[in-house]
Design a protein around this ligand. Sequence first.
Ligand SMILES: Nc1ncnc2c1ncn2[C@@H]1O[C@H](COP(=O)(O)OP(=O)(O)OP(=O)(O)O)[C@@H](O)[C@H]1O
Ligand SMILES: [Mg+2]
Length: 433
Amino acid sequence: MKILDQPEESAPSPGSAISYAGLIEKIEILRSTLRWSSKLERPEIEKLLKQASSLRDEVMQLSHKERFVQAAVAEPKRVDLTPGARRQGLLERSFIFEGTFGDNPKLLEALEIAEKAAPTDLPVLIDGESGTGKELMAKVIHANGSRADKPYISVNCGAIPDNLLESELFGHKKGAFTGASNDRKGKFESAHTGTIFLDEIGELPLSGQVKLLRVLEAHEIQRVGSDEPIAVDTRIVAATNRNLRQFCDEGRFREDLYYRLSVIHLTLPPLRERRDEIPLLLAYFGDEAAATLKRRPVKLSPRLRDFLKGYDYRGNIRELRNIIYRIACLAGDMADVEHLPIDIRPKSALSAVMNDVQAGGGVIAGATSLSEAKRTASDEAERAFLERGLQEVGGTVAELARRFEMNRSHLQMLLKKHGLHSKDFRHQAADKA
Ligand SMILES: Nc1ncnc2c1ncn2[C@@H]1O[C@H](COP(=O)(O)OP(=O)(O)OP(=O)(O)O)[C@@H](O)[C@H]1O
Ligand SMILES: [Mg+2]
């Protein structure tokens, strides 16, 4: 009896898990097993039942996927619509954004896939660089699904020591190991009827991957130290900032598990590929930071705004958010590049002056008291700042006042104080041209 000989934990190959041909083959084996056996013992019946259930799950999975694909094909081509219309469409269909901001086509595409995947129980794999919003997307999927009012349990697979992994995920029985002083539920049991978010799935050791695969196939777990199977019904959303396909090639991630988890695969683009969203995010996080810190929103100088629009954000949206919170904490009414973290701050004329000041040279060398040194350094910084500004605008004071968001007559007064003549900078600009 071929089917009975299959090892229980063996995973269907990626193809057979989601192909009709693979399913029919398995059903045929099951049929012939039943047809030719004169008598079945109870354990064999149990085994066959288990295999029939697993087949049923695979059929369900396939049919969900089919419906998903059909819905996608039947849809009018959303990418032809403007981003505003696509977002509006989501809103009209009562999509829950959970605070996800942005109109970038790649982000909208991810949201539209999430919209369709949410009501199904299909596993979703979300990948993308650190800080691109993977966890937020997992919450979006949960919130838009039929399990929204059921538990949402998040597990960071990278943060659990190998020896505690099984107990953390599946729970344990009292006395199962030293320190197991009570029966304890694992994350899968806690997520029963709801969603389990397996974050940093790429960090799961191979031993944990085998165990996870078994849960995905059998929909049941066993607490450590117990033989009793416990049925669990959880929707799985996994996330990683690793390239799991490459991990599979390198033998670091099981390919069968990869296919099981990635029935729906969402990739979130890095922020540098959706720069068009930066102004919106600056405003959004600016307001959020102001509300959190109970202060008025900080204005950004044009120079700082330009910097933030062009910066590379290796930490993606999380980094942008942290920068805005920092600025909201450190700046007065107006923030400028000096409020940026030192490691990303552009080297400017101003910082050159400050370096000079720190080195104790130049401008403060003749100061005889601390207050005089401070005043001199501050005056010098102010002058360098104005000078560079005038150079940048080719000596047009009105433009400089606009850039600095300063009153024009106040600016004129400062220029006079430092003996700066705007026409000198107009000449410089003309000479260069
Ligand atoms: N499109 C977005 N709109 C608004 N906020 C966002 C968006 N994407 C991400 N964020 C915010 O950015 C921060 C980082 O997002 P999240 O934790 O989901 O990233 P991640 O991809 O899971 O990162 P990591 O890989 O480091 O775990 C969070 O504060 C989240 O709320
Ligand atoms: Mg995360």
